[in-house]
Design a protein around this ligand. Structure first.
Ligand code: SF4
Length: 262
């Protein structure tokens, strides 16, 4: 259960240089990562304890097709036990693999802001925070102070109506909770966020209604699928369309960048 093709609609694959976490807010209550860890204990010998996987750092270099990569579906990259030196290594891999886009999502907005000046922010980092309830909109203020090229919000599992200040935000993902104990979504919460996105000119993505299974409620909102992506994604696709990474890499002067070819 390391780094896999994924069913998450807004990304192409996941990369988990760390696994394990601790719960920090109501969105964590039925944490999907924790449930997977319990279901597949052989794949997670350290359980849900924060674990660094140095051996996974090189993986994205081997993924030859330009992809959207969700960083840490099984953890939170800005967890307090992830050392800054490890974070810097992760960001360096990102910088050296510009054919991918990396979608990093955190609930640890304070540590994100604290460490952001110590990291380089290449264009292919999309940085996001989770906002599941109005009590956590302050995470957006922290995100806005980070020099990411694309900033996004994940309002999933959406647990209440939200009033969002979307200035400086490029993308909003909304989704209802799934699982046996799911907390039901009110469709008017979603409609309201979609209207706020429309008014602010922000891309809106509706992932799922939710229910006992992820697909139980479907993905339709007023009979329509909402799959909008940030403008930066279109530009990225245009830039890297038709490119694939050579299996044998050359290095540049700094010994870092993989060569690409059509
Ligand atoms: S921050 Fe994410 S990975 Fe960590 S416990 Fe909460 S939902 Fe799970």
């Amino acid at each position: 259960m390391a780094n896999i093709k994924t069913g998450i609609e807004w990304t192409d694959r996941t990369w988990n240089p760390t696994t394990g976490c601790n719960k920090v807010s109501p969105g964590c209550t039925y944490c999907y990562a924790e449930a997977l860890t319990k279901r597949f204990p052989k794949n997670f010998p350290n359980g849900f304890n924060l674990t660094l996987h140095h051996e996974r750092l090189e993986q994205p270099r081997r993924w030859r097709i330009p992809s959207r990569i969700f960083v840490n579906s099984m953890s939170d990259l800005f967890h307090e036990e992830v050392p800054i030196s490890f974070l810097q290594e992760v960001f360096e891999v990102i910088r050296q693999t510009p054919w991918h886009v990396y979608q990093i999502l955190t609930k640890r907005h304070e540590r994100l802001l604290e460490l952001a000046p110590l990291l380089s922010w290449p264009e292919n980092v999309w940085m996001g925070v989770s906002v599941e309830k109005q009590d956590y909109v302050t995470r957006i203020d922290y995100l806005k102070q980070v020099s990411a090229h694309v900033r996004f919000l994940s309002c999933e599992p959406l647990l209440g109506a939200l009033q969002l200040d979307l200035k400086g935000i490029d993308w909003v993902i909304v989704g209802g909770e799934s699982g046996q104990k799911y907390r039901p979504l009110k469709i008017e919460w979603v409609q309201d966020i979609r209207e706020q996105c429309k008014d602010a000119g922000v891309a809106f993505f509706f992932k799922q209604v939710g229910g006992r299974t992820p697909k139980a409620g479907g993905r339709l909102l007023e009979g329509q699928i909402w799959d909008q992506m940030p403008e930066a994604w279109k530009h990225h696709q245009q830039q890297w369309e038709g490119y694939s990474v050579k299996a044998t890499r050359k290095t540049d002067q700094a010994g870092m960048i993989a060569s690409v070819q059509r």
